[in-house]
Design a protein around this ligand. Structure first.
Ligand SMILES: NC(=O)c1ccc[n+]([C@@H]2O[C@H](COP(=O)([O-])OP(=O)(O)OC[C@H]3O[C@@H](n4cnc5c(N)ncnc54)[C@H](OP(=O)(O)O)[C@@H]3O)[C@@H](O)[C@H]2O)c1
Length: 253
């Protein structure tokens, strides 16, 4: 991590939903390195979240159940964060889901899959903001970062509904930025394909093709997504309602 962010979030509290995932775990580590106390939100990866929270620098950090499709559970999560820290300065909506379905295969993208994608990626982000709004309002300078995808702009991605869900998430970013101003800033961080362990496990030729399609000729690293989150938190205090691309110039090609 760039040394300039070290200590920049000292005294701040950050929740990352999907915090044990490929990108989420890196975000948790970088936020902790920047001095934040981090809540690693999980749905099914409780063990991974606890192990991660235990090994992050600084702290104290927490692992907390944060299933974004369950608003009652999100309410309990907010209460637990309130009890532990009495504040939440940064909410990173990183939880997300998808499945590879060719765009022309309308039948495989069935209603159940559509509902899962939209409920998680769109309703889930909104519901988490709703649950944490009061805590975010408690201190000045609060920020929500929605981890979106450049697929929301290019309409190219793992399936048609995933792309639509990220376009909807970007719209949500703008609406919520207006609705929650001036108390809470809301931004999207919008990566192209990120070189996580999952992506590294996919077909090598397909990955190389994707990398070649970005102007910079490579995939994003999870750290580059983290740097965008930290930049939004520390370096862009007058920005809200914006979509911050981390895509290597993918839409240029
Ligand atoms: N990887 C990429 O190339 C890429 C590119 C652009 C954008 N993104 C976005 O970045 C975010 C993270 O992706 P990733 O690559 O890190 O994926 P990942 O490794 O599959 O992680 C996804 C995380 O989302 C969590 N999650 C899924 N459904 C949930 C639910 N209902 N409630 C709470 N948590 C839920 C999972 O938590 P549990 O494990 O606890 O169930 C998991 O930690 C996603 O929003 C994704 O759309 C990824």
């Amino acid at each position: 991590m760039s040394w300039s962010y070290r200590g920049s979030l000292e005294g701040r509290v950050a929740l990352v939903t999907g915090g044990a995932g490929g990108i989420g775990a890196t975000l948790c580590r970088m936020l902790a390195e920047a001095g934040a106390r981090v809540i690693v939100g999980y749905r099914s990866s409780e063990r991974e979240a606890r192990e991660l929270a235990a090994k992050l620098p600084g702290g104290p950090h927490l692992a907390a159940r944060a299933p974004v499709t369950d608003s009652a559970a999100l309410g309990l999560c907010a209460a637990a964060v309130d009890e532990a820290y009495g504040r939440c300065d940064l909410l990173v909506n990183c939880a997300g889901t998808t499945k590879f379905v060719p765009h022309a295969d309308l039948d495989e993208l069935d209603d159940a899959l559509i509902d899962t994608i939209l409920t998680t990626n769109v309703r889930g982000a909104f519901a988490t903001v709703r649950a944490f709004r009061a805590l975010l309002m408690r201190n000045e300078g609060a920020l929500v970062v929605n981890i979106s995808s450049i697929a929301g702009r290019t309409a190219m991605g793992s399936n048609v509904m995933y792309c639509a869900s990220k376009a909807a998430l970007d719209s949500l970013t703008m609406s919520l930025a207006r609705a929650l101003a001036p108390h809470i800033r809301v931004v999207s961080v919008s990566p192209g394909l990120v070189d996580t362990a999952f992506v590294q496990g996919l077909d090598r030729r397909w990955r190389d093709e994707q990398a070649a399609r970005s102007a910079l000729g490579r995939l994003a690293t999870p750290e580059e997504v983290g740097l965008a989150v930290l930049s939004a938190a520390v370096g862009l205090p007058y920005s809200t309602g914006v979509i911050i691309p981390v895509d290597g110039g993918r839409p240029l090609n």
